[in-house]
Design a protein around this ligand. Sequence first.
Ligand code: PHE
Length: 340
Amino acid sequence: MKEKLQKIRERAIAEIESAGGLDRLSEVRSAILGKKGELTAVLKGMKDVPPEDRPKVGQWVNETREAIEGILAEQTKRLEAQALRIRYEAEKIDVTMPSVTPAKGNLHPITQVRNQLIDIFASMGFEIFEGSEIETDYYNFTALNTPQDHPARDMQDTFYLSKEFLLRTQTSAGQIHVMEAKKPPIKIISPGKVFRSDDDATHSPMFSQMEGLVVDKGITLCDLKGMLDEFVKRIFGEQVTTRLRPSYFPFTEPSVEVDVSCFQCGGKGCKLCKGTGWIEVLGAGVVNNRVLAGCGVDTDVYSGFAFGIGIERIAMLKYGINNIKLLFESDLRVLNQIDD
Ligand code: PHE
Protein backbone atom coordinates (compact mmCIF):
# COMPACT_ATOMS: atom_id res chain seq x y z
CA MET A 1 0.00 0.00 0.00
CA LYS A 2 2.74 2.33 0.92
CA GLU A 3 4.39 1.73 -2.42
CA LYS A 4 1.18 2.30 -4.26
CA LEU A 5 0.75 5.63 -2.54
CA GLN A 6 4.34 6.50 -3.23
CA LYS A 7 3.77 5.85 -6.95
CA ILE A 8 0.63 7.93 -7.02
CA ARG A 9 2.53 10.72 -5.32
CA GLU A 10 5.47 10.62 -7.73
CA ARG A 11 3.30 10.50 -10.79
CA ALA A 12 1.07 13.27 -9.47
CA ILE A 13 4.05 15.51 -8.78
CA ALA A 14 5.49 14.84 -12.21
CA GLU A 15 2.19 15.66 -13.89
CA ILE A 16 1.64 18.78 -11.83
CA GLU A 17 5.08 20.09 -12.54
CA SER A 18 4.79 19.47 -16.25
CA ALA A 19 1.33 21.13 -16.51
CA GLY A 20 1.80 24.08 -18.82
CA GLY A 21 -1.38 25.99 -17.97
CA LEU A 22 -4.09 26.41 -15.36
CA ASP A 23 -6.61 24.39 -17.39
CA ARG A 24 -4.29 21.44 -17.60
CA LEU A 25 -3.57 21.77 -13.88
CA SER A 26 -7.22 21.52 -12.96
CA GLU A 27 -7.52 18.39 -15.12
CA VAL A 28 -4.63 16.85 -13.22
CA ARG A 29 -6.21 17.86 -9.92
CA SER A 30 -9.48 16.08 -10.64
CA ALA A 31 -7.67 13.00 -12.02
CA ILE A 32 -6.02 12.56 -8.61
CA LEU A 33 -8.14 14.29 -5.99
CA GLY A 34 -11.52 14.51 -7.74
CA LYS A 35 -14.53 12.29 -7.03
CA LYS A 36 -13.24 9.69 -9.45
CA GLY A 37 -9.61 10.50 -8.75
CA GLU A 38 -6.86 7.99 -8.02
CA LEU A 39 -6.28 8.99 -4.42
CA THR A 40 -10.01 9.18 -3.75
CA ALA A 41 -10.25 5.61 -5.00
CA VAL A 42 -7.65 4.58 -2.44
CA LEU A 43 -9.67 6.22 0.31
CA LYS A 44 -12.77 4.44 -0.86
CA GLY A 45 -10.84 1.14 -0.66
CA MET A 46 -10.11 1.70 3.07
CA LYS A 47 -12.95 -0.62 3.96
CA ASP A 48 -10.88 -3.54 2.63
CA VAL A 49 -7.94 -2.66 4.86
CA PRO A 50 -7.81 -4.68 8.08
CA PRO A 51 -9.07 -2.49 10.95
CA GLU A 52 -5.79 -2.55 12.87
CA ASP A 53 -3.92 -1.15 9.83
CA ARG A 54 -6.40 1.59 9.12
CA PRO A 55 -4.91 4.34 11.28
CA LYS A 56 -1.51 3.91 9.68
CA VAL A 57 -2.82 3.65 6.11
CA GLY A 58 -5.07 6.61 6.81
CA GLN A 59 -2.07 8.59 7.90
CA TRP A 60 -0.14 7.66 4.71
CA VAL A 61 -3.06 8.65 2.53
CA ASN A 62 -3.32 11.96 4.34
CA GLU A 63 0.38 12.65 4.02
CA THR A 64 0.23 11.86 0.32
CA ARG A 65 -2.77 14.13 -0.11
CA GLU A 66 -1.12 16.99 1.77
CA ALA A 67 2.06 16.65 -0.24
CA ILE A 68 0.14 16.67 -3.53
CA GLU A 69 -1.97 19.63 -2.46
CA GLY A 70 1.12 21.56 -1.42
CA ILE A 71 2.72 21.07 -4.85
CA LEU A 72 -0.57 21.88 -6.55
CA ALA A 73 -0.86 25.17 -4.67
CA GLU A 74 2.69 26.14 -5.60
CA GLN A 75 2.22 25.27 -9.24
CA THR A 76 -1.11 27.16 -9.32
CA LYS A 77 0.61 30.26 -7.98
CA ARG A 78 3.39 29.96 -10.54
CA LEU A 79 1.00 29.48 -13.45
CA GLU A 80 -1.23 32.36 -12.31
CA ALA A 81 1.76 34.66 -12.16
CA GLN A 82 2.80 33.50 -15.61
CA ALA A 83 -0.72 34.11 -17.02
CA LEU A 84 -0.68 37.62 -15.57
CA ARG A 85 2.72 38.32 -17.09
CA ILE A 86 1.50 37.21 -20.49
CA ARG A 87 -1.59 39.39 -20.14
CA TYR A 88 0.45 42.43 -19.09
CA GLU A 89 2.73 41.89 -22.04
CA ALA A 90 -0.23 41.70 -24.45
CA GLU A 91 -1.93 44.78 -23.00
CA LYS A 92 1.20 46.87 -22.75
CA ILE A 93 0.68 50.50 -23.76
CA ASP A 94 3.47 52.60 -25.17
CA VAL A 95 2.85 55.93 -23.48
CA THR A 96 5.38 57.60 -25.72
CA MET A 97 3.25 56.94 -28.84
CA PRO A 98 1.53 60.07 -30.21
CA SER A 99 -2.13 60.08 -29.18
CA VAL A 100 -5.07 60.07 -31.57
CA THR A 101 -6.56 63.57 -31.41
CA PRO A 102 -10.35 63.43 -31.40
CA ALA A 103 -11.91 65.41 -34.25
CA LYS A 104 -13.11 68.78 -32.97
CA GLY A 105 -16.30 70.18 -34.36
CA ASN A 106 -17.07 73.86 -34.87
CA LEU A 107 -20.15 75.93 -35.49
CA HIS A 108 -21.31 76.49 -39.04
CA PRO A 109 -19.82 79.72 -40.50
CA ILE A 110 -23.29 81.25 -40.79
CA THR A 111 -23.95 80.48 -37.13
CA GLN A 112 -20.54 81.91 -36.23
CA VAL A 113 -21.25 85.18 -38.04
CA ARG A 114 -24.78 85.36 -36.67
CA ASN A 115 -23.43 84.91 -33.14
CA GLN A 116 -20.78 87.58 -33.71
CA LEU A 117 -23.45 90.02 -34.96
CA ILE A 118 -25.70 89.22 -32.01
CA ASP A 119 -22.80 89.78 -29.58
CA ILE A 120 -21.97 93.15 -31.12
CA PHE A 121 -25.55 94.43 -31.17
CA ALA A 122 -26.40 92.97 -27.77
CA SER A 123 -23.43 94.89 -26.34
CA MET A 124 -24.98 98.07 -27.80
CA GLY A 125 -28.24 97.34 -26.00
CA PHE A 126 -30.28 95.73 -28.79
CA GLU A 127 -32.86 93.10 -27.86
CA ILE A 128 -33.58 90.09 -30.07
CA PHE A 129 -36.95 89.63 -31.76
CA GLU A 130 -37.69 86.33 -33.48
CA GLY A 131 -40.00 86.71 -36.44
CA SER A 132 -41.64 83.90 -38.40
CA GLU A 133 -40.61 82.52 -41.78
CA ILE A 134 -44.17 82.35 -43.06
CA GLU A 135 -45.67 85.82 -43.27
CA THR A 136 -48.71 87.50 -44.70
CA ASP A 137 -48.46 89.77 -47.69
CA TYR A 138 -49.44 92.62 -45.36
CA TYR A 139 -46.42 92.32 -43.02
CA ASN A 140 -43.87 91.49 -45.71
CA PHE A 141 -44.95 94.24 -48.12
CA THR A 142 -48.03 96.38 -47.58
CA ALA A 143 -47.24 97.59 -44.05
CA LEU A 144 -43.69 98.29 -45.28
CA ASN A 145 -45.11 100.86 -47.68
CA THR A 146 -45.09 98.40 -50.58
CA PRO A 147 -48.73 97.89 -51.59
CA GLN A 148 -49.91 95.59 -54.41
CA ASP A 149 -48.66 96.79 -57.79
CA HIS A 150 -45.89 98.85 -56.20
CA PRO A 151 -42.90 98.60 -58.52
CA ALA A 152 -40.59 97.80 -55.57
CA ARG A 153 -42.24 94.38 -55.28
CA ASP A 154 -40.21 93.44 -58.35
CA MET A 155 -37.00 93.93 -56.34
CA GLN A 156 -37.70 90.63 -54.60
CA ASP A 157 -38.97 87.52 -56.35
CA THR A 158 -41.43 86.09 -53.89
CA PHE A 159 -42.48 82.51 -53.10
CA TYR A 160 -46.22 82.78 -52.50
CA LEU A 161 -47.91 80.03 -50.51
CA SER A 162 -51.38 81.42 -51.25
CA LYS A 163 -52.84 84.79 -52.14
CA GLU A 164 -52.34 85.93 -48.55
CA PHE A 165 -49.40 83.91 -47.25
CA LEU A 166 -45.79 83.85 -48.45
CA LEU A 167 -42.27 82.93 -47.36
CA ARG A 168 -40.88 86.20 -46.04
CA THR A 169 -38.47 87.84 -48.46
CA GLN A 170 -36.96 90.07 -45.79
CA THR A 171 -36.68 90.18 -42.01
CA SER A 172 -38.10 93.72 -42.29
CA ALA A 173 -41.52 92.09 -41.79
CA GLY A 174 -40.50 91.80 -38.13
CA GLN A 175 -40.29 95.60 -37.82
CA ILE A 176 -44.07 95.85 -38.12
CA HIS A 177 -44.74 93.10 -35.55
CA VAL A 178 -42.40 94.79 -33.07
CA MET A 179 -43.93 98.25 -33.51
CA GLU A 180 -47.44 96.84 -33.20
CA ALA A 181 -46.54 95.04 -29.99
CA LYS A 182 -44.39 97.63 -28.24
CA LYS A 183 -44.27 101.38 -27.75
CA PRO A 184 -41.00 103.27 -28.38
CA PRO A 185 -38.24 103.34 -27.33
CA ILE A 186 -37.56 100.31 -29.52
CA LYS A 187 -34.11 98.85 -30.15
CA ILE A 188 -34.19 95.36 -31.65
CA ILE A 189 -32.36 93.05 -33.99
CA SER A 190 -34.12 90.17 -35.70
CA PRO A 191 -32.02 87.43 -37.29
CA GLY A 192 -33.59 84.74 -39.44
CA LYS A 193 -34.03 82.93 -42.73
CA VAL A 194 -35.54 84.66 -45.74
CA PHE A 195 -36.56 83.31 -49.15
CA ARG A 196 -36.40 84.63 -52.70
CA SER A 197 -36.62 82.94 -56.07
CA ASP A 198 -33.03 83.75 -56.89
CA ASP A 199 -30.15 81.39 -57.63
CA ASP A 200 -26.57 82.14 -58.73
CA ALA A 201 -23.04 82.27 -57.29
CA THR A 202 -23.93 84.97 -54.77
CA HIS A 203 -27.67 84.32 -54.33
CA SER A 204 -29.50 81.35 -52.86
CA PRO A 205 -33.28 80.80 -52.63
CA MET A 206 -32.86 80.61 -48.87
CA PHE A 207 -30.49 82.88 -46.99
CA SER A 208 -30.22 84.70 -43.67
CA GLN A 209 -30.62 88.32 -42.73
CA MET A 210 -30.38 90.34 -39.58
CA GLU A 211 -32.78 93.21 -39.29
CA GLY A 212 -32.17 96.13 -36.97
CA LEU A 213 -34.71 98.72 -35.85
CA VAL A 214 -34.33 101.68 -33.52
CA VAL A 215 -37.26 104.01 -32.79
CA ASP A 216 -36.96 106.79 -30.23
CA LYS A 217 -37.13 110.56 -29.84
CA GLY A 218 -34.70 112.46 -32.05
CA ILE A 219 -33.23 109.54 -34.02
CA THR A 220 -31.49 110.69 -37.22
CA LEU A 221 -29.32 109.36 -40.03
CA CYS A 222 -26.29 110.42 -37.93
CA ASP A 223 -27.22 107.86 -35.28
CA LEU A 224 -27.34 105.21 -37.98
CA LYS A 225 -23.97 106.22 -39.37
CA GLY A 226 -22.35 106.31 -35.91
CA MET A 227 -23.68 102.90 -35.01
CA LEU A 228 -22.61 101.42 -38.36
CA ASP A 229 -19.07 102.79 -37.97
CA GLU A 230 -18.76 101.03 -34.64
CA PHE A 231 -20.34 97.85 -36.00
CA VAL A 232 -18.02 97.49 -39.03
CA LYS A 233 -14.92 98.05 -36.90
CA ARG A 234 -16.01 95.24 -34.60
CA ILE A 235 -16.83 92.79 -37.38
CA PHE A 236 -14.14 93.60 -39.99
CA GLY A 237 -11.37 95.37 -38.04
CA GLU A 238 -10.40 98.69 -36.41
CA GLN A 239 -9.18 100.36 -39.62
CA VAL A 240 -12.46 99.85 -41.52
CA THR A 241 -14.75 102.85 -42.19
CA THR A 242 -18.16 103.25 -43.81
CA ARG A 243 -19.61 105.20 -46.71
CA LEU A 244 -23.30 105.80 -47.34
CA ARG A 245 -24.65 105.86 -50.89
CA PRO A 246 -28.17 106.97 -51.76
CA SER A 247 -30.51 104.09 -52.49
CA TYR A 248 -34.15 103.20 -52.42
CA PHE A 249 -36.30 101.07 -50.16
CA PRO A 250 -40.03 101.81 -49.83
CA PHE A 251 -39.89 101.61 -46.03
CA THR A 252 -36.99 104.01 -45.44
CA GLU A 253 -36.56 107.64 -46.41
CA PRO A 254 -33.82 108.49 -47.04
CA SER A 255 -32.48 105.04 -47.94
CA VAL A 256 -28.82 104.16 -48.13
CA GLU A 257 -26.50 101.39 -49.26
CA VAL A 258 -23.69 101.02 -46.79
CA ASP A 259 -20.19 100.33 -48.11
CA VAL A 260 -17.14 99.49 -46.02
CA SER A 261 -13.60 100.44 -46.94
CA CYS A 262 -11.99 97.30 -48.35
CA PHE A 263 -10.52 95.39 -45.41
CA GLN A 264 -8.29 93.38 -47.73
CA CYS A 265 -6.43 96.16 -49.60
CA GLY A 266 -7.19 99.02 -47.23
CA GLY A 267 -8.93 100.98 -50.01
CA LYS A 268 -6.23 100.89 -52.70
CA GLY A 269 -8.28 98.58 -54.89
CA CYS A 270 -8.06 94.78 -55.22
CA LYS A 271 -9.96 91.79 -56.55
CA LEU A 272 -12.27 91.60 -53.53
CA CYS A 273 -13.47 95.23 -53.91
CA LYS A 274 -13.29 95.01 -57.72
CA GLY A 275 -10.73 97.81 -57.75
CA THR A 276 -13.07 100.35 -56.11
CA GLY A 277 -11.68 100.27 -52.56
CA TRP A 278 -15.23 99.84 -51.21
CA ILE A 279 -17.46 96.83 -50.56
CA GLU A 280 -21.23 97.00 -50.26
CA VAL A 281 -22.40 95.30 -47.09
CA LEU A 282 -25.97 96.27 -46.22
CA GLY A 283 -29.07 98.36 -46.84
CA ALA A 284 -30.43 100.83 -44.33
CA GLY A 285 -32.23 104.13 -43.86
CA VAL A 286 -34.41 106.37 -41.74
CA VAL A 287 -37.75 104.64 -41.17
CA ASN A 288 -40.37 106.07 -43.53
CA ASN A 289 -43.00 108.07 -41.62
CA ARG A 290 -45.74 106.18 -43.42
CA VAL A 291 -44.48 102.93 -41.88
CA LEU A 292 -44.29 104.46 -38.38
CA ALA A 293 -47.74 106.05 -38.68
CA GLY A 294 -49.20 102.77 -39.98
CA CYS A 295 -48.06 101.12 -36.74
CA GLY A 296 -49.56 103.88 -34.60
CA VAL A 297 -46.27 105.61 -33.79
CA ASP A 298 -46.58 109.40 -33.38
CA THR A 299 -44.21 110.75 -36.04
CA ASP A 300 -44.20 114.23 -34.47
CA VAL A 301 -42.46 112.72 -31.45
CA TYR A 302 -40.60 109.68 -32.70
CA SER A 303 -38.32 108.75 -35.57
CA GLY A 304 -36.18 105.74 -36.28
CA PHE A 305 -33.61 103.98 -38.40
CA ALA A 306 -33.53 100.45 -39.77
CA PHE A 307 -30.95 98.25 -41.41
CA GLY A 308 -30.82 94.80 -42.97
CA ILE A 309 -27.63 92.74 -43.05
CA GLY A 310 -27.12 89.69 -45.28
CA ILE A 311 -25.42 87.16 -43.03
CA GLU A 312 -24.08 84.92 -45.84
CA ARG A 313 -22.67 88.01 -47.54
CA ILE A 314 -20.74 88.98 -44.42
CA ALA A 315 -19.51 85.37 -44.03
CA MET A 316 -18.40 85.23 -47.67
CA LEU A 317 -16.52 88.51 -47.36
CA LYS A 318 -14.92 87.66 -44.03
CA TYR A 319 -13.79 84.17 -44.96
CA GLY A 320 -13.05 84.65 -48.66
CA ILE A 321 -15.85 82.37 -49.92
CA ASN A 322 -16.64 83.04 -53.57
CA ASN A 323 -19.75 80.91 -53.99
CA ILE A 324 -22.72 80.99 -51.63
CA LYS A 325 -23.39 77.28 -52.36
CA LEU A 326 -20.25 76.40 -50.39
CA LEU A 327 -22.12 77.56 -47.30
CA PHE A 328 -25.00 75.15 -47.89
CA GLU A 329 -23.25 72.02 -49.14
CA SER A 330 -21.92 70.90 -45.74
CA ASP A 331 -18.55 69.99 -47.23
CA LEU A 332 -16.32 69.46 -44.19
CA ARG A 333 -13.22 70.41 -46.19
CA VAL A 334 -14.70 73.92 -46.36
CA LEU A 335 -16.45 74.07 -42.99
CA ASN A 336 -13.41 72.81 -41.05
CA GLN A 337 -11.38 75.79 -42.23
CA ILE A 338 -13.62 78.33 -40.57
CA ASP A 339 -13.37 78.47 -36.80
CA ASP A 340 -13.44 82.10 -35.78
N1 PHE B 1 -35.08 94.58 -46.30
C1 PHE B 1 -34.07 95.13 -47.17
C2 PHE B 1 -33.62 94.05 -48.14
O1 PHE B 1 -33.84 92.90 -47.88
C3 PHE B 1 -32.89 95.65 -46.38
C4 PHE B 1 -33.23 96.81 -45.52
C5 PHE B 1 -33.62 96.62 -44.21
C6 PHE B 1 -33.13 98.11 -45.99
C7 PHE B 1 -33.92 97.72 -43.41
C8 PHE B 1 -33.42 99.19 -45.23
C9 PHE B 1 -33.82 99.00 -43.93
O2 PHE B 1 -33.07 94.31 -49.16
